[in-house]
Structures are given as C-alpha cells and as structure tokens.
Design a protein around this ligand. Structure first.
Ligand SMILES: Cc1ncc(COP(=O)(O)O)c(C=O)c1O
Length: 422
C-alpha cells in the first residue's frame, strides 16, 4: 500500500493543508465512514445466536463517536463514572451500558445502581462492597440492581505488550476460577444474583487462536454458574498498524466461523442459549483516525536525522508508553509524498523528554521543515490518553463526514482552559 489516506479515500476530497490551516495542528482527523464500517463489522461477529458487541469506550470517548455507536446498534462498556456520564449524555440507554470497573469506590457503584447500569465486579472484595451498597440503599430482594456480573481472570492472556495483557495469573484483573465458591458465598450473604460473567485476555492480537481458546475456557467456567443471562468474551481484536507494509487485517471471517463452531458445541452441551457479548475497543476506532502534525524543525545530531513535529507524547503517548508503531505519511503542498527514495529518520515531538519519539530509525521519504505528517491509526487510545504535559493544550478533533463535509467534533483546548482550575 502506498498511501492509506488516498487508498481509503479518507479525506473525501478535502485537502490536508486546508484542514491544517483552518483547524491548526496537531489535529485528530476522523473518518465517519471508516468508524461506522468497523462498528458495523463488530456488530456482526455472531449472527446465529443472540449477541451484542459492546464498544469499549476507553479507546475513544468523544461524544460524537459514542453517538455513532448508538446509531450502529452497538452497546458500550464503561470503566468509570466519567465514561458512564458521557454515554448517558450521548443518549445511550442505560440497559445498553455495561460498567466493567476495577477497584472502585462505593460512590461509583452507587452511581451505576442509581442509573440502572449493570455492573461487573472484578474481585471478591468489590463483590462484597457491591452487596454492602445494595444493603445500605435498602434495595428489595427482587430489585434489579441485585443482579450483577463478575469478571473472571481466564488464567491466560495475550496482547502486543506486557502492559496490555489483562488475563493471566499475574495480572491485577478478575477473579480466579479457584475462588468461584467464594463468589457464591458472597452472593448468598447479600441476596445477589450473578446475571453474567465476563473476561478480557488483552489487547491487539492479530491471530484469533488465543481468544478462541479463552472463549472455550470461559464457556467451560460458565457451567459452574448454571443458567446465565449473558457471557462476555472480552475485546482485543487487532488492526494492521503496519498497513503501509501491507500487513493483513485481523482475519474476521475465519474468526467468526471458528467462533460459531465453539458456540454450537456449547449450546448443544448446556441446552440453553445465553446472550453472548464481546468488548472491542481498538477495532472499532483505531483505523478511523490519523493525526495531522506540522514539522517545525529538521536536524542532524551525531549522524541521527531528526524531524521534529508538534505531535508530542502529550498528543499521542502510545509510542513512548508501549513502543507502539504508527505508520507515517509525509504531505507536502497538500499532496502525499511517494514512498520512494527513503531515508532513515527519527520523528520526534516537542516535549521535553528524550523518550518523546514517534518513530525511531524509520525508513521514510525525506521530510522537510513545514511538511505535514499524517500519523496513522490513532483513533484508539489516542486522544483518550492525551495529557497537558508541558502545559500544552490538548488538540482539536474533526470528522470527515460521509458526504465530505468537515465537522469540528472537539475544539482545541486553550491556555485559558488550562488556567481555569486554579
Ligand atoms: C475490560 C476491557 N474490555 C475491553 C477492552 C478493549 O480492548 P481493545 O481495545 O483491545 O479491544 C479493554 C482494554 O483494555 C479492557 O480492559
């Protein structure tokens, strides 16, 4: 692939240089078409049985993107009161929200209960706390809020970096299979009913086998709970971050076919059909955005050629935090520069940290001062992980709508915004 932006018709006739002059840089640019398309794909992962995809909103909480999830008929997972509030404000009905927190306070649990949001508890201690809140609120024995879920630690994990592997004996998440009897003691003590179980093995796998093995595992574990309303397999489907080198997509069709065989066997064995769920974040939004960044300086330090731009680690932290790869396209005078005559370059940001690198020793077309860079696949864990480090206001976000019009979906933060809290 020579240019994702051109080949996916991302800009729909808009010019990158015009966007940069109108909205400034760094700028998160989204494609409504790609976002809708990926959200639709995840809604079709299981078609034979009752199924909902829950978009894991931590990947991107822009309220306009949450509205797309509502329209594309996918539900959502939230991790905090902030995420639940954003979802409610976006218009997501409470029964389509699943609160999947860890280590939360009574107030946070109470918020979910008051808003009629199903909660999954991630430890025996949190389950007990949930029971205590129900008692304190004086809920009737048959109150809907006495129905909750538990997150199981599947004992195995997978992912692109040790920091995103969330299943496995050594991670902080979920309740071990060996503690299931203790779950029943707590539910009995507080008149709780386990309506469903969930898990999440980790983030960004391109090969479905570990996920499918984890599905088999949680289905086996589910039998300990009798008839459940729902079983949630978690998220983690990867996207091709090396797309300019022709990396293949996550093999969705193959995955769906294999998953269906596993579900057929389960349903036949247990004789009932629960609602199945998944929790994809990255897959829904990552490819639907790139960051437009202006190059402000070029320099050579001891043989290393640096291109310094305004996309620092405060704007996109993934490369510094996880050594993540983001493909980069170079734009000069509004046109993508062909990927030929490549040079070894290190692309860095404007933050006072030596780890503020977007790409190290990368083969790229020559970059000149005032060029624009398109940093690809930044829709997931991009803006949602932004910070104001070095007192830099956070960037604006714009959406290229299906009809080619451009909508500012979050204005750029200002220095006054930063001052407001003092
Ligand atoms: C509990 C839970 N569910 C879902 C996700 C979404 O993962 P991904 O964005 O890789 O699909 C995460 C990510 O960390 C998570 O912790």
């Amino acid at each position: 692939m020579n240019s994702f932006i051109n080949e996916s018709n991302f800009l729909k006739g808009n010019n990158a240089e015009d966007l940069a002059s109108k909205f400034g840089t760094p700028l998160y640019v989204y494609s409504e078409e790609i976002l809708r398309n990926r959200m639709h794909n995840v809604s079709q992962v299981i078609t034979k049985y009752p199924y909902t995809a829950n978009y894991s909103v931590k990947a991107n909480t822009n309220i306009n993107i949450l509205k797309l999830a509502i329209e594309e008929n996918i539900n959502c997972d939230a991790m905090s009161v902030g995420e639940m509030t954003l979802l409610l404000k976006a218009g997501m009905p409470e029964e389509r929200i699943f609160f999947v927190p860890n280590n939360v306070s009574e107030d946070e649990i109470e918020f979910a209960i008051h808003n009629g949001i199903m909660t999954s508890l991630d430890s025996l201690c949190q389950l007990e706390r949930y029971g205590e809140v129900c008692e304190r609120l004086g809920l009737n024995e048959d109150d809907n809020a006495r129905r909750c879920a538990v997150r199981i630690n599947p004992g195995v994990g997978a992912g692109h970096h040790e920091k995103v592997v969330t299943g496995g004996k050594k991670t902080k998440f979920g309740i071990s299979e060996s503690d299931i009897d203790k779950i029943f003691e707590i539910t009995k003590k507080y008149n709780l009913k386990i309506a469903g179980i969930n898990q999440h093995i980790g983030s960004l796998f391109m090969e479905p086998t570990p996920y499918l093995e984890a599905v088999k595992n949680i289905l086996r574990i589910s039998e300990r709970f009798g008839k459940l309303d729902f079983i949630d397999f978690g998220g983690g489907y990867g996207i091709p971050y090396h797309k300019l080198d022709d990396e293949k997509d996550f093999p969705m069709e193959d995955f769906k076919a294999k998953l269906e065989v596993i579900l057929d066997e389960f349903v036949e064995k247990v004789g009932y059909v629960p609602l199945f769920k998944s929790e994809p974040g990255r897959y829904c939004v990552a490819e639907g955005s790139f960051i437009l960044s202006r190059v402000h300086a070029i320099k050579e330090n001891n043989g290393i050629h640096f291109a310094g731009c305004d996309c620092g680690m405060n704007v996109l932290v993934r490369p510094s935090m996880y050594d993540s790869w983001h493909d980069i396209e170079v734009i000069r005078d509004g046109k993508i520069v062909n990927r030929e005559n490549l040079k070894t370059l290190t692309v860095c940001g404007n933050i006072c940290e030596s780890g503020d690198l977007l790409a190290k020793d990368r083969e790229l077309p020559e970059i000149k001062k005032d060029d624009l860079l398109a940093i690809l696949d930044t829709g997931a864990y991009g803006w949602s992980m932004c910070s104001t480090y070095n007192s830099r206001p956070r960037p604006a976000e714009v959406m290229i709508c299906k009809d080619g019009s451009v909508k500012e979906i979050r204005r750029r933060e200002t220095i006054e915004d930063l001052m407001r809290l003092f």
